[in-house]
Design a protein. Structure first.
Length: 242
């Protein structure tokens, strides 16, 4: 696998992908033909134009996968794939509908560079169960691409001790997930990402990540931490991921 999984594509006060642009351009092949998957947002053309404006100055050719009559064939003609953020339920539903769920999983397994941000990063995990998104549509299954054997929670937020909000914190929600499922969850804060190269994985970016496992307190992972051991995870979901 060759994966770059970003927590977010837009950082406060900066342009689209600007906070990670050096990492993104180093990850993508030189003069890459990039297949962009815009299905997490409703306006596919505008979303693709935004990605194009961010990456084409670096010599990357961006084509929205929706622009091809056959999205699977468009993927096959590309040097890399980028699945953007938005609503994870809408995105996954579209991946099933277009045949891209199987096609992307097979292509990434064969070495096609896969980049995700937010919802696109959620897709790399085994299931949708640790997304933050509202289920605005119902996909055929919660099963995503399974490019890594553990769960990811992009946009991870730490509890605010000064907050008067009485709803669950992100940590409490992930703890509830672990009560029902025995699989690690990597919380990626804004500005952080996960890089996977073959059997090696590390967290990187401007902020540390947070690792949640059943029966243990959460663990902080500084930028640059090796998390290759997570790739050997044998996840157990206590109920079907449907």
């Amino acid at each position: 696998m060759n994966l770059l999984l970003l927590s977010n594509s837009t950082q406060h006060g900066r342009g689209y992908l600007e906070h990670a642009l050096d990492t993104v351009t180093a990850f993508l092949p030189e003069r890459a033909r990039l297949a962009f998957v815009p299905y997490a947002l409703a306006d596919h053309d505008a979303y693709t134009a935004r990605v194009r404006a961010a990456l084409e100055p670096a010599g990357i050719t961006v084509r929205g996968i929706h622009e091809d009559a056959d999205p699977v064939a468009g993927l096959a003609a590309s040097d890399a794939v980028f699945i953007g953020g938005g609503n994870s339920f809408r995105l996954l539903s579209a991946l099933y509908r277009t045949g891209l769920r199987e096609a992307v999983r097979e292509a990434a397994g064969d070495g096609l560079p896969y980049m995700g941000a937010s919802a696109g990063t959620n897709m790399a995990a085994p299931t949708l169960r640790t997304t933050n998104d509202m289920p605005i549509v119902q996909p055929p299954s919660f099963e995503t691409l399974g490019l890594v054997p553990f769960q990811i929670n992009p946009h991870y937020l730490d509890p605010d001790p000064a907050s008067t909000h009485k709803g669950e914190t992100r940590e409490e929600r992930l703890t509830e997930f672990l009560e029902e499922n025995d699989v690690p969850v990597l919380g990626l804060r804004e500005g952080s990402w996960l890089r996977v190269e073959g059997n090696r994985a590390r967290v990187d970016g401007a902020r540390p990540a947070r690792l949640f496992t059943r029966g243990a307190p959460p663990r902080e992972l500084a930028a640059g931490s090796d998390v290759s051991g997570l790739l050997a995870t044998a996840p157990r979901f206590d109920t079907p991921a449907r």
